[in-house]
Design a protein around this ligand. Structure first.
Ligand code: ARG
Length: 467
């Protein structure tokens, strides 16, 4: 079959050329946006008197029919067509004749692919946002029921200070809200239309770029035609945002792997979200959390791949840029699947609050609280820090805990200790006694929960998902 661009060629292309050159195997995903982009372009051409109104009508209807066929799996994609843009245009002309040949007036595949890809990312990006919101909601719901569930928080994976499960999960919620706003920001910035930039220098036809921009839901046309066809920042921003998101999900997944271990047993994954071992009959493995962690590598890889593709390209379009699509598709598919799985896994996991509390009772986790107690009794913090350090050493040597020491033993380290030391190092009191904004004390955790609820409401509304 001869190519749409075969005019100046006398030989047909080698099959290896087609194999390397063609992108249709993957860019067929853009079909819907290619069609609506072409429809807007045709309507504009007619409105400006550049093509007959009748032809525009045939184009729009012809494209609707092609769209329906693609959706019903009745469209045959062929590598000979090279890419989705030429496949659709060739099919349109085959179906409606002359009118189809007018569609590409005042347009190039360079502005065409750029506008299609922006619309695709705009759509998929908001699906990712919706999935993050689902996950924030799940975490918020779990947190709500664990405001009083004391657990150790760690530094260096060593028990450090008491926190609560609610506070812990809300830390992830805070991270995820930044992922949402980062993506919203990216989608807002990309929402300018490259259509009408032509190959790179616009056109001699009197087109209306403002009209096509507005028909396609863009804020307006991009102001520089060269930039419009050369820019892939929007794809890179998306991949950067997805990389940070994947990193957050990976850190959470790592918590789950640790918490689900027999040594911790803070949580237990539902059977539906666990796997077994082919040799060790006793095993129930957190493979899905591990995959969520492992998939992060490919998302970073997608970002690095596209950064590398773009780094040496002179303006304007170069075929290298066809390599922008697969990394974006892969990162979107990966992150969406991981978000769905992590969300369900979290909603269905069993939480062992008693184990968490027990872990918090060991390891001198209230040492800082004890030092604070002595400060309230007049000691300088550095002095109280030393006293408590000596007490910890004494306890380790004599196999005792803070709770099992007598007041006399306390007093032998500092006269400042009184009977109320026992209440001061009680875990619940330690949490409730946290007075600083943002701490795990129930009043601040309730405030965080409230903030999340407001965030969810506001952002669901932006996505048009108001209940
Ligand atoms: N398939 C191409 C891509 O995805 C479309 C643009 C082709 N433009 C060109 N001048 N060859 O980048």
């Amino acid at each position: 079959m001869s190519k749409l661009w075969s005019g100046r060629f006398s030989e047909t292309t080698h099959e290896l050329t087609d194999e390397l050159n063609a992108s249709i195997d993957f860019d067929k995903r853009l079909y819907f946006f290619d069609i609506v982009g072409s429809q807007a372009h045709a309507e504009m051409l007619a409105r400006q008197g550049i093509i007959p109104v009748d032809d525009a009508k045939k184009i729009v209807e012809g494209l609707d029919a092609i769209c329906a066929d693609i959706e019903q799996g009745k469209f045959e994609f062929s590598r000979a067509d090279e890419d989705i843009h030429m496949a659709i245009e060739a099919e349109l002309t085959a179906r409606i004749g002359e009118a189809g040949k007018r569609l590409h007036t005042a347009r190039s595949r360079n502005d065409q692919v750029a506008v299609d890809f922006r619309m695709y990312i705009r759509q998929e990006g908001s699906e990712v946002i919706a999935l993050i919101l689902d996950f924030i909601l799940t975490l918020t719901n779990v947190a709500e029921t664990h405001i009083g569930s004391v657990m150790p928080a760690y530094t260096h994976l060593q028990r450090a200070q008491p926190a609560t499960l609610a506070h812990y999960l809300l830390a992830y919620c805070s991270m995820l809200t930044r992922d949402v706003t980062r993506l919203e920001n990216c989608l807002d910035r990309l929402n300018e239309s490259p259509l009408g930039a032509g190959a790179l220098a616009g056109t001699t036809h009197d087109i209306d770029r403002f009209m096509t921009a507005s028909l396609l839901g863009f804020r307006g046309p991009m102001i520089n035609s060269l930039d419009a066809v050369s820019d892939r920042d929007f794809a890179l921003e998306l991949l950067s945002d997805l990389s940070i998101l994947a990193m957050h999900l990976s850190r959470y997944a790592e918590e789950i792997v640790i918490w689900n271990s027999h040594e911790f047993r803070f949580v237990e994954m539902a059977d539906a979200f666990s796997t077994g071992s082919s040799i060790m009959p006793q095993k129930k493995n957190p493979d899905l959390a591990e995959l969520a962690r492992g998939k992060t590598g490919r998302v970073y890889g997608d970002l690095i791949a596209l950064l590398t593709v773009m780094k040496g390209l002179p303006l304007a379009y170069n075929k290298d840029m066809q390599e922008d699509k697969e990394p974006v598709f892969d990162a979107l598919d990966t992150v969406k699947l991981v978000l769905k799985v992590i969300n369900e896994m979290t909603a269905t996991m069993k939480i062992n609050a008693a184990r968490m509390k027990k872990a918090a009772q060991e390891g001198f986790i209230t040492a800082t609280d004890m030092a604070d107690y002595l400060v309230r009794r007049g000691l300088a913090f550095r002095e109280s820090y030393t006293v408590v350090g000596q007490l910890v050493k004494y306890c380790i040597d004599s196999e005792k805990t803070f709770e099992t020491l007598t007041l006399e033993e306390y007093k032998s380290f500092s006269e400042a200790f009184e009977d109320d030391i026992f209440a001061a190092i009680d875990l619940e009191n330690c949490i409730a006694g946290r007075k600083s904004f943002g701490s795990p004390a129930p009043e601040f955790v309730r405030e965080q929960l409230q903030t999340m609820r407001v965030f969810l409401r506001e952002h669901a509304v932006t996505l048009g998902e108001e209940e």
